[in-house]
Design a protein around this ligand. Structure first.
Ligand code: RAM
Length: 410
């Protein structure tokens, strides 16, 4: 089940990495050599060249001309992660001639998103891509969209399976949970990133010889109800239930919630420092990890940090060169995925829905045109639990060997 974690180098190796990591749900491109492919912009808006014309197998007749406003809604404004997803979505969609709009509420709440959605649906938008703030509370407004024939695709944080066509999954939830715990324990043990695919085996042999105090991990999350962070925390708890951790690492995560707000996240990170009960904080949110980085650095704390972060926001808290001592920084290594590409995949799904009748049903496929360094690729819909998903990528590890390359990208 475990997919490979990649310490990713830019351009050619990005394509090669994705090819190597093709999964049963995402078809790998036929060949990986075409790292210089142009973005959809360069193909022009000519219908004959759009990915939709290559068709999914069971695509129906085009359901519309795609005119109107295509909305991308993140959890709230002021979050670079959302901005970067929108950057990818916008670039992909505008290259195909669509009109797009970035609409996110100021507050990271369900109510704020619902109110904004209601207004947009009344205006008659053409489609919605959304990262939600909660599991419940959207039924009425999503039903209104459904009645109006407005397709909904969720990204980053899931929307209800009853109303979305599919969820664009950044990477496997179980993998993210496992990697974060493994990284946090390795970091607590003072072990540098051991290399792609080597975290679990390194950890298992290190823990077998470990006889020190039980290691305690903290989590600085986003909102208490945020679907995506909660799914990752559940996956972390499953990882901690594995035999290799028994008696060595506490199965109980000390959880605090900063609500994806820099000030609240700083308060919660300060609480970790004041309580001084955990060895390492895992922050599965770009807002939380950056706030914790600042707090731990300023306090000169012995508590270490890992999680999901944007290289551009973490450069003061991470090693920036292969010669650096990773443990001189509060966060020796961390993870994320290509957020810009993720947003573009949502654009390709919307394009397929609008032009080609793609409904996000199990087994359906859509073709995404070449985008930046990524060659043209087919994405297949798969089912997990009650819902359908499209897998956009693989988690990447950011560490001293590649941080300098990535700070200007993500
Ligand atoms: C934050 C958001 C988002 C999450 C990323 C990693 O910016 O909470 O939901 O996926 O971090």
């Amino acid at each position: 089940m475990m997919k490979k974690l990649l310490a990713l180098m830019l351009s050619a190796s990005m394509v090669a990495g994705l090819t190597a990591c093709g999964t049963t749900t995402t078809e790998a491109p036929a060949d990986g050599e075409d790292s210089q492919q142009e973005t959809p912009t360069d193909e022009g808006g000519d219908d004959a060249e759009t990915p939709t014309d290559e068709g999914g197998d069971d695509a129906e007749a085009p359901s519309g001309d795609g005119s109107g406003k295509h909305v991308f809604m993140f959890k709230s404004t002021g979050n670079s992660f959302g901005d970067l997803m929108f950057e990818g979505y916008e670039e992909y969609m505008t290259a195909l001639g669509y009109e797009v709009e970035y609409d996110s509420p100021a507050e990271t709440t369900v109510a704020a998103q619902v109110q904004m959605l209601d207004e947009l649906i009344t205006q008659g938008v053409a489609s919605i891509v959304i990262s939600t703030n909660g599991d419940t509370g959207y039924d009425e407004v999503f039903q209104k969209a459904k009645d109006a024939g407005i397709p909904i695709v969720s990204i980053d944080s899931e929307a209800s399976v009853d109303y979305r066509l599919a969820h664009i999954n950044q990477a496997e939830v179980a993998d993210i949970g496992s990697y974060l715990v493994q990284a946090a324990v390795l970091i607590t043990l003072g072990i540098d990133y051991p290399g792609d695919g080597k975290m679990e085996e390194t950890l298992s042999s290190e823990l077998a010889n470990y006889s020190g105090d039980e290691i305690a991990l903290g989590v600085l999350s986003a909102g208490v109800d945020t679907p995506v962070q909660n799914s990752w925390i559940a996956a972390m708890e499953e990882e901690l239930a594995k035999d290799m951790y028994k008696g060595k690492v506490s199965p109980n995560l000390d959880k605090k919630y900063g609500n994806d707000d820099p000030t609240e996240s700083t308060t919660q990170a300060n609480a970790f420092v004041a309580e001084n009960k955990v060895d390492c904080i895992i922050s599965p949110t770009t807002v939380g990890i950056a706030a914790a980085g600042q707090v731990l650095k300023s306090a000169n704390s012995e508590i270490k940090l890992t999680g999901l972060g944007l290289p551009s926001e973490m450069q003061s808290f991470m090693p920036m060169s292969a010669d650096d001592d990773a443990f001189a920084s509060v966060c020796p290594y961390m993870m994320l995925w290509d957020v810009i590409h993720l947003g573009a995949v949502a654009g390709a799904a919307i394009d397929a829905a609008v032009k080609n009748g793609w409904t996000g049903t199990d087994g359906e496929t859509f073709t995404m045109a070449a985008f930046r360094d990524y060659p043209e690729e087919d994405y297949s819909v798969y089912t997990q639990g009650d819902g359908t998903f499209v897998l956009a990528g693989t988690p990447y590890i950011f560490y001293k060997d590649n941080m300098a390359e990535w700070v200007s990208v993500l």
